[in-house]
Design a protein around this ligand. Structure first.
Ligand SMILES: NC(=O)c1ccc[n+]([C@@H]2O[C@H](COP(=O)([O-])OP(=O)(O)OC[C@H]3O[C@@H](n4cnc5c(N)ncnc54)[C@H](O)[C@@H]3O)[C@@H](O)[C@H]2O)c1
Length: 251
């Protein structure tokens, strides 16, 4: 089935990579954006005969001039831009007193300002194309007070609030804005940040007793950008977390 185009940031790895693959399978044209050009090459290799369904763009989402160029490129696509998925992000696992203001600023710059700037640059195009959908990838750490997440969790909390405000302000333009709050998902980011002790802690506190797979986030994203399936869903935060945010006493 032919659909429109969608920009997926962070498409070189983890959740963004799986999302790009799934959306191509579903008939979308994917503008795969990532600062890691070699990761984009790996995506193109993996897609092989479906490579025509992808426009790879090496971009750092903290570079506002590059974002303007990306918006220009999106105007030239054969299929109209209908959606944006903000998956690019960085993490840190540092206690409050060990977190520097500089680290906090750096994480905000990518996770909040990057998603904000891309949305601001691409929303006018969605509007011109008759509306669309924006999905921010937040985190359960933006909802719960998880240890060691003062910078990361605060950035994801900001993204969740931004989601709600954008949903209200962009509703008249027929642009739906939602967030997904993943629990622990088996990706390169997690392999870098989770020690054996961290893994044990997640396994103990997630009712489903396991890490999620990137494809399990990708399918929720596919639902939220599909205007036929989620046409009345906006301003929501969907936790895809094996029950982590629902849990209380766990025994
Ligand atoms: N994996 C998890 O457990 C988990 C849980 C909750 C939320 N998340 C969120 O999901 C999103 C994807 O995470 P992931 O686990 O797939 O991580 P990942 O590290 O595997 O992938 C992130 C991608 O974003 C790209 N990126 C980072 N900074 C960028 C920048 N400035 N410009 C352009 N690209 C940039 C990286 O090159 C990388 O390819 C992130 O926003 C993350 O915070 C992940």
């Amino acid at each position: 089935m032919d659909r429109g185009s969608v920009v997926v940031t962070g498409a070189g790895s983890g959740i963004g990579f799986s999302t790009a693959e799934l959306l191509i399978e579903a008939g979308w044209h994917v503008v795969a954006a990532d600062r890691d050009a070699s990761a984009l090459d790996r995506l193109m290799d993996r897609l092989d005969n479906r490579a025509a369904m992808v426009t790879p763009v090496a971009i750092d989402i903290t570079d506002e001039a590059a974002i303007s160029r990306l918006a220009g490129q999106c105007r030239e696509l054969a299929r109209p831009l209908m959606a944006l998925v903000n998956s690019a992000g960085i993490a840190a696992n540092t206690r409050f007193f060990d977190t520097t203001a500089e680290q906090l600023r750096r994480i905000y710059e990518v996770n909040v300002v990057g998603a904000f700037a891309l949305s601001q640059a691409l929303a006018p195009l969605l509007k011109e194309n008759g509306g669309g959908s924006i999905v921010h990838i937040a985190s359960v750490s933006g909802i719960k007070g998880n240890l060691g997440r003062s910078a990361y969790g605060a950035s994801k909390g900001a993204l969740i609030t931004l989601t709600k405000i954008m949903a209200v302000e962009l509703a008249d333009d027929l642009i739906r804005v939602n967030a997904i709050a993943p629990g622990p998902i088996e990706t390169p980011m997690v392999r870098e940040n989770h020690t054996a002790a961290t893994r044990e802690e997640w396994q103990r506190t997630v009712p489903m007793r396991r890490y999620g797979r990137p494809e399990e986030i990708a399918s929720a994203i596919a639902f939220l950008i599909d205007g036929r399936q989620s046409s009345y869903v906006t301003g929501q935060v969907l936790s895809v977390d094996g029950g982590f945010t629902a849990a209380g006493l766990m025994n």
